[in-house]
Design a protein around this ligand. Sequence first.
Ligand SMILES: [Zn+2]
Length: 133
Amino acid sequence: MNKFRNWLQRVMYGRYGQDSFGMFLMVLALILFTVSLFTIPYVYIAAFAIIGYEYFRMFSKNRAARYKENMWFIRNTAWARNLGAKIKYTFTEGRKYKVFKCPKCGQKLRVPRGRGKIEIRCRKCGEQFIRKS
Ligand SMILES: [Zn+2]
């Protein structure tokens, strides 16, 4: 096993290796393989192409170009990570609060859940209104 690791280290020396874009490609390929098992068999061709591309990236010596690809990937998937964080918030912290819109100015106001009927005072315009929390 040690020999194998040494060999791998030698082979990978100066090469780009794995990054988050690469991880994403591997997961995507795995998903496509699974899909191809149950539905359209030809999807596995796309999966192979993706894996081939990822191996090319891992063994690439053009680290700057691979780094740029990874940065591009991270920039363009920021919205997905934000969405994930939002969904997580909705199911954890978000459950403790209810959000109302002020009827006068439209300001969003967050109040604790489960307090029955409460009077809410808008912190922006001072409007008061009653809602069930
Ligand atoms: Zn208001």
